[in-house]
Design a protein around this ligand. Sequence first.
Ligand code: GDP
Ligand code: GDP
Length: 437
Amino acid sequence: MLPLVALVGRPNVGKSTLFNALTRTRDALVHDQPGVTRDRNYGVARPEGMRPFAVVDTGGIAGEDEGLAGATARQARAAAEEADLVLFIVDGREGPSALDDDILRWLRKAARPTLLVVNKTDGIDVRAAIAEFARYGFEDVIAVSSAHRQGIDELLEDVMKRLPEEGTSVELDADPERIRVAFIGRPNVGKSTLVNRLLGEERMIASEVPGTTRDAVSVDMERDGRRYRLVDTAGLRRKRSVDEAVEKFSIIKTLAAIEECQVAVVMLDAGEGVTDQDASVLGYALDAGRALVVAVNKWDGQTDYQRQQTENLLVRKLAFVEWAEAVRISAKHGSGLRELFAAIHRAHRSATTEIGTSEVTKAMEIAYETNPPPVVRGHAPKLRFAHPGGVNPPTFIVHGTRLRTLADSYKRYLENFFRKRFKLVGTPVRFIFKEGT
Ligand code: GDP
Ligand code: GDP
């Protein structure tokens, strides 16, 4: 289960700055690809050596209950009420304000475990800043400077102590042969139709895996002699109306499913192309480094002309994940499913197969000799050697000198070279560049 931490506080205390400090990816290559829209309110923190958790920036809690601001406030409250831990952020420079008092009153009613975080404590008397909030009655107070990343490690340690027990995820790797697949996507793309068809057709509901999150259900199934676990699949939850489906679309559950799966199948509706919400779901899967298959559903309802239009659109809009296979399916009629599962297997194999050190070293040598990086200001970066750095996603560690000056185009060349050589499809590939030997 992926615990949820909500950032609550009045405007301008530094919530989004803290959000970024917690969720920023260490890997610059994975981030900032054009085409990925990022929802700035939700993210996953993956602190080194610690348990990952979802973070939601709730915006403002105290607010009028009318209009747009009201809707935002209601959403914020709903997120905070569901959270495993609330971080109540206040401004250490300005001290307590009437709005802070309002939020505190609301937090007490909500009765979620809460930690007081005094932000912006860079360059000021920290003890005096904390003392100003003494009347709020928090036993533990953490002082941070989100902008300068001070106190963040202490904050993370405190967060870890307060998250609920890990649940039953020990089971996760019990069966290494069982591929963990998540069908994700925005409401109405056809997730439940597909999952019900898969389970109905194969009549294989072997066992419902007890939910580790509130109402998440995973289910095991077999298909063509292979074992799968459909993790935290929204489609497994029966719903009565479209409204309910939309309401139940929870980004947190999508994030949890991504975290638990090995292969994320992102479903799109062929009639709608690639919407911003689709691109943001794709972005979450990318951030997690998951193997990825795009399933373009409702292919049955399209004329030839529409299909051609959709094909063009996919090429253009999915350029940022061109390594991912896109499969056309009809969940309703069951067509394209063989291709879908073949793609899932290729992605899984690519993501999890270990590649030997000597093979990686050799690949690096050839890539380098065929096409050494160009000279920048009189010097050229030197790639000395490479070795494997892990799977899921496949990671390659490259040692050399002047690697900071390595052009993005050269990194892309390396990625493509390695992809071809090791037949890696359907998975992101990571390079870590290490200066020196
Ligand atoms: P939000 O409205 O609560 O999301 O606040 P923001 O994250 O947008 O921050 C509001 C302002 O405070 C911005 O100008 C930030 O640069 C600034 N800020 C945020 N964190 C810190 C901090 O730790 N120290 C200082 N000095 N300024 C900060
Ligand atoms: P979910 O919210 O992603 O689980 O979507 P549903 O499975 O509830 O499907 C939403 C709507 O799309 C329903 O009316 C389905 O009947 C319809 N639908 C799902 N798959 C297909 C398909 O392959 N073709 C067509 N034409 N309609 C589909």
